[in-house]
Design a protein around this ligand. Structure first.
Ligand code: ZN
Length: 134
């Protein structure tokens, strides 16, 4: 029997990403090489908690947020992206339509404040531009 051809894993088996051994699906560690077959526990917990939230409970939460006047996270992300686009275009106009110049200004602001978001960098770049071109 040729050893180079390995049979596919059975229905209740998964292939170990590290050593390629077929491991029973319920195991958390590969018995062959000992590698963990699953994501770290906190990540798994987060995703399963997210998945377990039903459409209904999300809808209720969304209504509650509206009552409390809190922004919807998805909506906030959306307006944030819109704002970033608006600021980018504002700065783009200021530098005469040169996209690479805008990127250079953003990079410069990021060097001044490492870890700042692109939105913050854009805001700072515009502020600096307005100060220098008054
Ligand atoms: Zn393994």
């Amino acid at each position: 029997m040729p050893t180079s051809i390995t049979p596919p894993p059975a229905d209740d088996e998964v292939e170990c990403a590290n050593c390629g051994a077929y491991v029973y699906i319920g195991l958390t560690r590969c018995p062959n090489c000992g590698v963990s077959l699953y994501e770290p526990e906190d990540v798994e917990e987060k995703t399963s908690r997210f998945r377990s939230r039903s459409r209904f409970s999300r809808a209720v939460e969304s209504i509650l947020r509206k009552i409390r006047g809190e922004p919807d996270p998805a909506q906030e992300l959306f307006t944030g992206a819109l704002r970033e686009k608006g600021l980018f275009e504002d700065l783009l106009r200021k530098v005469g339509g040169d996209r690479s110049a805008v990127e250079r200004l953003i990079d410069y602001e990021r060097q001044q404040r490492p870890g700042a978001t692109r939105l913050t960098c854009l805001q700072n770049a515009i502020q600096r531009w307005e100060q220098e071109n008054r």
